[in-house]
Ligand binder design. Structure first.
Ligand SMILES: Cc1ncc(COP(=O)(O)O)c(C=O)c1O
Length: 480
């Protein structure tokens, strides 16, 4: 069994084994005709259930053959131009290379003595990101597992910085279309059930600053404490960007922590043409960025950034066996002092390789392309009488619904759209997402693949329309 340990004696086996795996994935990716095979849970589960994990195959090629059946054949492939569903981007090759390196070397970023250069690389990327945001000279941050964790950590810091004798008095303000991790964080942070105040959005799905001002006033009047405002720079459904400068003004006026959830919109930090859309982000106290959404990085790769490095002390604990307090005086950089995690992947390496090979402009150009594609898609949808499209995109999502001329019952239209999404998924021809707007079912394209064309968008819209029409035709038959 020792031959499986990666060390000086097994370097050749490592090379051949990993190459074999890479060959299979490369062949798969090259030959993928559809984003999904349409396999059902009932069809796939027995194959996986039948595998006895206590009976190993003892052979890499055999394990890879088996993997073809249980995973590779039916995986959802985000690199395919007709994968249009969630916030999953195709990944850039330099980042995949970084991923291969980081798992083989297996540094853990909690302490200097488990990572050395890895720690400095992560720190440099944090500084690079805070400079792109414009957070100022005292800024800092740390890589996290994703936007949910970044939002949670930011709100933990905000809670600790809030002046109150009781958590029950704390209030967080976020738009009605903010990410659900805000509410989840409030619960984990021990805040009261009504601690998250939902602020209405305008026609473009941006937080209404006037409504925010009103709620902040009310909070103060009621003797409560406005702990944080979460502005979203790129909402999950609409890609809408809250009015950051106005929100920053209000946060200053009310002495409230401003957190910007730029999990999705952070791609604009590298944008060559659209950076101005997130102006005002530089006034935040904390920012969430998900490189794994809009920097074309593999999952996971995220960071939480703060204006004032000192606030990260709220996540600091010392252990004699790991990061004793004296190491701070010795200026030994231990990232665990800033992180909610202890053992932590060197995800930063993927972004490092990306910036060193492609440069920030390279990433920004790719992101700009999907922003342009969404604008084109919106024009297509707005001109197509078969569809109702909700909002002109600021980033790269399109929310729309099939509206047949002959059907007026909104519930029947809901069912037709739900059916179309399911039927499309089952066919594997394309994968699209769904959401609700004003209580009604809509469909969603999240466009993060520069390889997707307007022709793809038009073709998928035709597929949706034909599935929905089929449903409505059958529904008429059922009624008659
Ligand atoms: C605006 C926003 N914030 C936070 C998150 C959570 O990010 P993650 O899935 O990386 O935890 C998402 C995920 O879609 C998001 O869209």
């Amino acid at each position: 069994m020792r031959s499986h340990l990666l060390n000086d004696t097994t370097a050749e086996q490592y090379r051949s084994s990993v190459t074999e795996g890479i060959e299979r994935v490369a062949a798969k990716i090259a030959a993928t005709e559809r984003p999904f095979t349409g396999v059902t849970v009932d069809a796939l589960a027995p194959t996986i259930d039948a595998i006895d994990l206590d009976k190993p195959l003892l052979d890499t090629a055999a394990a890879l053959d088996e993997l073809e059946d249980v995973y590779l054949r039916d995986a959802i492939y985000f690199h395919h131009p007709r994968y249009l569903a969630h916030l999953n981007c195709p990944v850039v090759i330099p980042a995949v290379l970084g991923e291969a390196i980081l798992s083989a070397v297996n540094s853990s970023l909690d302490t200097w003595d488990q990572s050395a250069g890895g720690t400095l690389i992560e720190r440099k990327l944090i500084d690079w990101t805070t400079a792109r945001i414009g957070l100022g000279p005292a800024a800092d941050g740390v890589f996290t597992s994703g936007g949910t964790q970044s939002n949670f950590q930011a709100l933990l810091l905000a809670r600790e910085e809030a002046k109150t004798d009781s958590f029950t008095k704390l209030r967080i303000f976020a738009s009605e279309v903010s990410h659900f991790s805000v509410k989840k964080s409030a619960k984990l942070l021990g805040l009261s059930a009504d601690s998250v105040v939902s602020i209405p959005v305008d026609h473009d799905k941006r937080m209404q600053a006037v409504a925010l001002a009103h709620e902040l006033e009310r909070c103060k009047k009621d003797g409560l404490v406005p702990m944080a405002v979460v502005a979203t720079a790129g909402t999950t459904d609409f890609g809408s960007i809250d009015p950051l400068p106005e929100i920053a003004e209000l946060c200053e006026q009310f002495g409230t922590w401003m957190h910007v959830d730029a999990a999705y919109g952070c791609g604009l930090l590298a944008s060559v043409r659209y950076r101005g859309r997130i102006d005002g982000i530089e006034r935040a106290d904390s920012v969430t960025v998900d490189y794994h959404k809009s920097f074309f990085q593999p999952v996971s790769s995220s960071a939480v950034l703060v204006r004032d490095a000192a606030t990260l002390r709220h996540a600091t604990y010392h252990a004699e066996y790991l990061n004793p307090r004296r190491m701070v005086q010795e200026r030994i950089p231990n990232q665990v002092d800033k992180s909610l995690q202890t053992t932590r992947r060197f995800d930063a390496l993927k972004l490092w390789m990306t910036l060193r090979v492609m440069g920030a402009d390279g990433i920004g150009q790719l992101f700009d392309e999907v922003v342009d594609l969404a604008a084109e898609g919106w024009r297509l949808l707005a001109a197509d009488p078969r569809f109702d499209v909700v909002v002109e995109p600021s980033l790269s999502t399109l929310v729309f619904r099939y509206i047949p001329a002959a059907v007026t019952d909104p519930a029947e239209i809901d069912r037709a759209n739900l059916y179309a999404r399911k039927a499309l998924f089952a066919s594997g021809d394309a994968v699209v997402a769904g959401t609700k707007v004003g209580g009604r079912h809509y469909l969603k394209f999240t466009l993060l693949n520069p390889e997707t064309t307007t022709a793809d968008i038009a073709a998928v819209l035709d597929l949706i329309a034909s599935h929905a029409e089929k449903y409505l035709g059958e529904s008429l038959d059922r009624a008659s």
